[in-house]
Ligand binder design. Structure first.
Ligand SMILES: [Zn+2]
Length: 449
């Protein structure tokens, strides 16, 4: 397929903005990029997709999300409003994840994957919990991702909060799923990858952390929340005498294949440990603001060499919204408009997200328009009223772009949405089905109070 009449934003390093260009996709990969006239002459027989002057760029990547949170939308928490993050877990997320059946896991994944396609997010790193429907839950999510044509990294969150059997079932589900992924057809480019999921230090004993480490090979990474709230640090100190990142280090959970979400209340030594081990940290400013948990020391983390990525934590997969929130949050948090430069937002949201997600799909480059890179591409209908250059692009995105401008989404070289029409999912059926199931999910949620 030849995408013609495009202005390419390559997100290569350094980035390039190329007017009147074309991009040729062969199979699941980008095969060629060049001036439009040259490529039209080179591939005269190719099927055409006329971008009509739109921006054509790599799809966005979400470094941390929760598909299972879909049914939280519009849900009223009973009683008085949670006063802090531990109460939000106890009153909202833990009763809600217990209310999910396997079929609810499927519909929430459908809703969230659909949301990602519509908003131009083409790779999702999910962290799943459904304590009453653990076995096979990752298969159900993988089926949704694959049939929609998307790309995702999946895991099940192991926790001790539902007793030793719950923890064992969580480990079993991760191990089973990782084994299945390892045995898949090696001739095919994988669309799904896996990690071992862990909830957070505060719901995990040392024995369970060790059992998780022993359950998988050295090269398998972990996906865990850490230092999202002070309580995670105090819990860790009480359990082990160690701060939470030190404790995860001691249990060999950190490393260049592991992903730590949040890292808000980390101290200088913990930042160094994250840097030394090459652990990925994900930043979710909308969630952090919503939970009132503070702002991660993102600039310090990056200056120390920690690769910080951007995720949504289950908010809509509108990555530019998340970028904007990061850009604004750190300014108000520090009361200094010089904080969180637009280029730092791009360093996280584009380059670090692509490097992190790329580790799980190493067969080709991810998050870049370049020959032989994965063909995960979006078309954006944006008409700037000032010049757009490689230098000022971050600020055009922060102040001008929004996800409703994404008209077309392509993943693995396959068109999933064309001119706002989703082709691989029945949008109305997915939404109607989820809505019809919501009252039963909410009933099971309220029954726990
Ligand atoms: Zn999260």
């Amino acid at each position: 397929m030849l995408i013609t009449n495009a202005t390419l934003i390559t997100w290569d390093d350094p980035n390039r903005v190329l007017d009147q260009h074309a991009l040729y996709i062969s199979g699941e990969l980008i095969a060629d990029i060049g001036p439009m006239a040259e490529l039209e002459a080179r591939y005269p027989q190719a099927e055409r997709l006329d971008a009509a002057g739109q921006y054509v760029m790599p799809g966005n990547i979400c470094a941390h999300t929760h598909f299972y949170g879909a049914y939280a939308r519009g849900l009223a928490i009973p009683g008085s409003a949670p006063k802090d993050f531990p109460e939000i877990l106890q009153k909202l997320w833990w009763p809600l994840d217990k209310a999910l059946t396997l079929e609810d896991v499927r519909t929430s994944a459908e809703v969230m994957v659909l949301d990602a396609i519509r908003h131009g997010t083409t790779t999702l790193v999910d962290h799943h919990a459904s304590p009453n429907a653990i076995d096979g839950s990752l298969d159900v999510i993988a089926e949704v991702v694959e049939s929609a044509g998307m790309r995702a990294v999946l895991c099940y969150e192991v926790t001790d909060r539902n007793g030793p059997d719950g923890a064992k079932a969580g480990i079993r589900e991760n191990v089973r799923f990782l084994k299945k992924l390892a045995e898949r057809d090696s001739l095919r480019l994988p669309h799904i990858a896996g990690l071992l999921g862990l909830h957070a230090g505060l719901t995990l004993s040392g024995e369970t952390l060790d059992a998780c480490r022993q359950a998988v090979a050295e090269d398998v990474g972990f996906h865990i929340h850490a230092a999202e709230h002070e309580s995670d640090e105090y819990d860790s100190l009480a359990k082990s005498g160690l701060r939470v990142i030190d404790r995860l280090y001691q249990h060999k959970i950190l490393g260049s294949m592991s992903v730590v979400a949040h890292a808000i209340h980390v101290d200088a030594r913990e930042i160094n440990l994250l840097a030394e081990t090459g652990t990925w940290v994900t930043h979710q400013p909308r969630s952090n603001m919503n939970n009132g948990v503070g702002a991660a020391p993102v600039e310090s983390l990056m200056r120390a060499g920690v690769p910080v990525c951007i995720g949504t934590d289950g908010f809509s997969h509108t990555m530019w919204e998340e970028w904007k929130t990061a850009y604004l949050l750190h300014k108000v948090w520090h009361r200094d408009p010089r904080r969180m430069n637009g280029n730092d937002v791009v360093a996280m949201g584009v380059y670090n997200n692509a490097s992190m997600a790329g580790m799980f799909f190493p067969q080709a480059r991810l998050g870049v328009l370049a020959p032989s890179a994965h063909a995960d591409i979006i078309l954006v209908e944006y008409h700037p009223h000032t010049p757009l250059t490689t230098d000022n692009l971050p600020w055009h995105i922060l102040f001008g772009f929004n996800e409703s401008m994404v008209t077309t989404t392509i993943v693995h070289g396959k068109v999933l949405m064309k001119d706002y029409r989703v082709l691989t999912m029945d949008e109305h059926a997915v939404t109607a089905n989820a809505r019809s199931r919501a009252p039963q999910v909410w009933e099971r949620y309220y029954a726990q109070f």
